[in-house]
Design a protein around this ligand. Structure first.
Ligand SMILES: Cc1cc2nc3c(=O)[nH]c(=O)nc-3n(C[C@H](O)[C@H](O)[C@H](O)COP(=O)(O)OP(=O)(O)OC[C@H]3O[C@@H](n4cnc5c(N)ncnc54)[C@H](O)[C@@H]3O)c2cc1C
Length: 362
């Protein structure tokens, strides 16, 4: 450890999307942070395609809290690009081809719905990208969408933290931590607070192992095209650009409860079938990847303090939507820590409080 000072405001464990966004919020408010992270290759944030899209799910509805989350994430990542002097945020519309006249009619109706109007850029009733996709019935362009190059974002945050001597690449050693209501001591570092942002690994944390973060395994394909897609195509699967020239990510599979590592032939076949049903363009598969999303039974994030220590907090449960949830909920956690806002019940760790007494080992 090369810390110049060993006194910090916050220790943060985990530097995926959750820890990165939290560290940025705190640093931009003038708070000092010391971040401990083991950047495993298959952590969810490094595997994610980075897509953000306010209209999601099988029924294509406005995603939860989209009216708050999406304007917030646009501001947050744009300001982060300026602050970190790096590029990683790529807003662009997502195009969803219609599969039938009925599908087209449904979206025509939806485009009149006041709650969805601002998210629908344009409904096309005839083919627009017919040379690339199967859109003989037209399609819909969703606005407030795009992708975050998650690896470039996390790299930029890490470089920033390293430049302040406040990053340690290591597994956090729980046995080396002592806690009191006033302060946290970890090895030779002291801080007033500690925040755990450990994703699916939070089960290993003896202070928060009672919070039911459930694994949701996902796999992706990395592909390239002779002629690249003109837009992000999204229907059943998505094809999203990456930071690399003519390299795209196809995703993702959903396997609830699966905590096993490694890729599978089954997921590859599923994704190939979906790409073949989405684009006409010939492509080459280069790689297959996997990761475990940190999910919850009610698909809502979890934030707040440990029942015994108000200075020990967690931010987790970002599930399938880390890119859009992390900026807003890390900001909410900071505001709550500063006594400036409440955490709503549906995202509050308090909803699991009854499990604390049942399962806690601490
Ligand atoms: C295949 C796949 C595709 C996805 N695609 C998208 C997408 O397109 N858009 C989207 O919004 N979301 C997507 N997601 C979901 C998104 O990746 C997650 O919601 C998000 O990354 C969770 O971030 P996190 O920081 O909570 O967890 P993680 O990314 O798991 O980060 C936790 C970090 O903490 C570290 N850590 C844990 N324990 C310790 C410890 N004891 N000591 C030190 N370090 C520790 C880990 O090594 C890791 O670096 C996808 C996920 C998968 C798996």
């Amino acid at each position: 450890m090369q810390a110049i000072t060993n006194q910090y405001d916050y220790i943060i464990v985990g530097q995926g999307l959750a820890g990165s966004c939290l560290a940025l919020h705190l640093n931009r408010m003038g708070k000092t942070t010391f971040v401990v992270d083991t950047p495993r290759e298959n952590r969810a944030s490094a595997v994610a395609a980075g897509l953000f899209n306010p209209v999601t799910g099988k029924r294509n509805v406005k995603s939860w809290e989209a009216d708050q989350l999406f304007p917030y994430l646009f501001k947050f990542y744009s300001e982060a690009e300026t602050f970190l002097n790096q590029r990683f945020f790529y807003p662009q519309p997502v195009y969803r081809p219609f599969i039938s006249i009925a599908d087209q009619n449904e979206w025509m109706g939806r485009s009149e719905d006041p709650s969805l109007k601002s998210l629908i850029r344009k409904v096309f009733t005839s083919s627009v990208y017919g040379d690339q996709t199967f859109d003989e019935f037209g399609g819909v362009e969703i606005s407030q969408a795009g992708y975050l190059d998650t690896n470039a974002f996390m790299r930029a945050v890490r470089e920033f933290l390293k430049s302040r001597n406040s990053f340690e690449e290591a597994a956090f050693d729980y046995a080396a931590m002592t806690v009191s209501q006033e302060s946290i001591r970890y090895k030779n570092v002291t801080a007033s607070h500690i925040a755990f942002c450990e994703g699916s690994k939070s089960k290993n944390n003896p202070w928060f192992d009672w919070v039911p973060i459930t694994p949701l395994k996902g796999e992706t394909l990395t592909i390239s095209f002779h002629t690249p897609p003109k837009v992000i195509f999204n229907r059943s699967a998505y094809i999203v650009p990456t930071g690399r020239d003519n390299v795209f990510m196809v995703g993702a599979t959903y396997k609830p409860g699966d905590n096993t590592g490694g890729t599978s032939a089954e997921a590859k076949a599923e994704l190939e079938e979906k790409v073949n049903g989405l684009v006409r363009l010939p492509y080459k598969i280069h790689d297959q990847n996997w990761g475990i999303r940190p999910s919850t039974h009610d698909r809502r994030p979890v934030l707040g303090a440990h029942p015994q220590y108000k200075n020990m907090v967690m931010l987790n449960g970002l599930g399938t939507k880390g890119v859009s949830l992390a900026p807003y909920f890390s900001g909410m956690l900071v505001d709550w820590l500063l006594g400036q806002s409440e955490i709503p019940r549906e995202a509050n760790i308090e909803r699991y409080k009854s499990l604390y007494s049942k399962f806690s080992k601490t």
